[in-house]
Ligand binder design. Structure first.
Ligand SMILES: [Zn+2]
Length: 176
């Protein structure tokens, strides 16, 4: 009985991102790229539903260095019936503006962003806002960027790619 349920579940399980998003009723703006399976060079973008990959060579023409030979990996393989070339690897990208719009429309996100965050008064850090980097981060007017004026309601977004191992160097305080 259990194996039958698992078999049914797996037979309906989506095997690509577009099918998964469709099943979840998530309507995202996605761009597709052809990705070289060897050097990861991207060709495109193409519309999400496109299978017209004009101007994409059959083999990768990317040269790692100006004097090096082209990668020459196959970018396409034939479909099951051997008739239509299919990209060997695809890369899906959601444009930032599209992602931001979806993010802000999620329940409670704007409410959460409008909530001011007071840094901890203790020496131990409990939140990333307790670190001095964000508290002292200045905008183009040389004023604190993340400290808002209550008379001018607004929220400001900062995007970063933080390696948590750098936490101590950013804050100067021990990790909890
Ligand atoms: Zn390549």
């Amino acid at each position: 009985m259990l194996s039958e349920s698992i078999t049914t579940l797996l037979s309906d399980w989506p095997i690509d991102v577009c099918t998964a998003l469709k099943l979840l009723h998530v309507n995202l703006e996605l761009h597709q790229y052809i990705c070289c399976p060897t050097c990861f060079m991207l060709y495109g973008p193409f519309p999400e539903q496109s299978d017209d990959y004009h101007n994409v060579p059959n083999v990768c023409n990317h040269c790692a260095m100006p004097t090096s030979a082209p990668c020459s990996s196959q970018l396409f393989h034939e479909d099951c019936e051997g008739e239509v070339p299919v990209p060997s690897r695809r890369f899906w990208h959601q444009p930032f503006q599209s992602w931001l719009a979806h993010f802000l429309l999620r329940p409670d996100v704007v409410k959460s962003l409008c909530t001011s965050v007071a840094p901890s008064s203790e020496e131990t850090l409990f939140d990333i806002w307790d670190g001095y980097v964000f508290q002292e981060f200045k905008g183009p007017d040389d004023e604190p960027f993340l400290t808002s004026d209550p008379s001018k309601p607004q929220f400001r977004l900062v995007f970063s790619n933080i390696l948590w191992l750098c936490h101590h160097r950013m804050t100067g305080l021990p990790l909890i």
